[in-house]
Design a protein. Sequence first.
Lengths: 151, 151
Amino acid sequence: MSFDDTNEWLTPMEMAERCGVSAETLRYYEREGLLDRVARGEGNHRRYSADDVAWVGVLRCLRVTAMPIREMKRFAELVRLGDAGVADRVELLEAHRVEVLAKRAALDDALQMIDHKIDVYRRSLAGPPTADTAGRSTTPTLGGRGVRSRP
Amino acid sequence: MSFDDTNEWLTPMEMAERCGVSAETLRYYEREGLLDRVARGEGNHRRYSADDVAWVGVLRCLRVTAMPIREMKRFAELVRLGDAGVADRVELLEAHRVEVLAKRAALDDALQMIDHKIDVYRRSLAGPPTADTAGRSTTPTLGGRGVRSRP
DNA sequence: CCTTGACTTGGAGTGCACTCCGGGCTGTTG
DNA sequence: CAACAGCCCGGAGTGCACTCCAAGTCAAGG
């Protein structure tokens, strides 16, 4: 290890590892204008800066919260505008925030149902082959119709 | 309203509305084997039962938590097996649960960063054109390289 | 009887976010 | 010098989850 292990510049592979995305994806982001043209070193090879790492970190936050690339592109454009774009950035992020909160709420609801199902299944495993439970399904079945009038 | 507003059977459109998915998607799920063949009424038209509604509710819980269709198919098969499939269902759901929890954690992390960014932007809007902040960018820029050695 | 509208079918098409490909270049190693 | 690793590029391909389409069927209404 060198005396300074925070290398000044990262190769595509290093960058990919550091950011948790493939080098291909980094190129794709650059093509799409999510990153400005990345600096180049010997033989026209990309060299990523610490700022690039930080910015890709932001991009990943937006992606992981399911922001579409199209909207990330718009965000990147607003960042390029500098201070002039701040108001719109707030607007964009707050709109996104609302969606993320909704998504999380839906996720939590679903998770609760899943937990409930696990619990029910567990119980049915704990004591199933007794006289009064044997042969009964423990799920709503996938479309089984109860006793009801003909369609 | 009739004395019993829980209609016995639902048409595709009613079912779609009730479940929050398109009728096309319901057909797609049926094709994929996520639903058993749905009952038919006059003119071979589908008639969905209350059990179908419940089961599609389960499917939506799995989808909303990003379970791939392939795995939902497997879950449906395990449900078809009846009690014989319960142990595997528990296993499948618990594995999925772990992933959902991880996803939620990642989501919360990202959300925190987004909240932070909103906050920073807000501050820069509150008092920007003062002598000591004017002209400065409030973001890491999208790839701006600081003062550092050449690549 | 004719139209309307909700449905049926298999198959094709869409949009998204990557992901891979083939051909070429360059700097390093044996 | 030859082989190799790592990267360059534009463009094509992939997988997923729907979504749409054209042609046909059926029951009710005017």
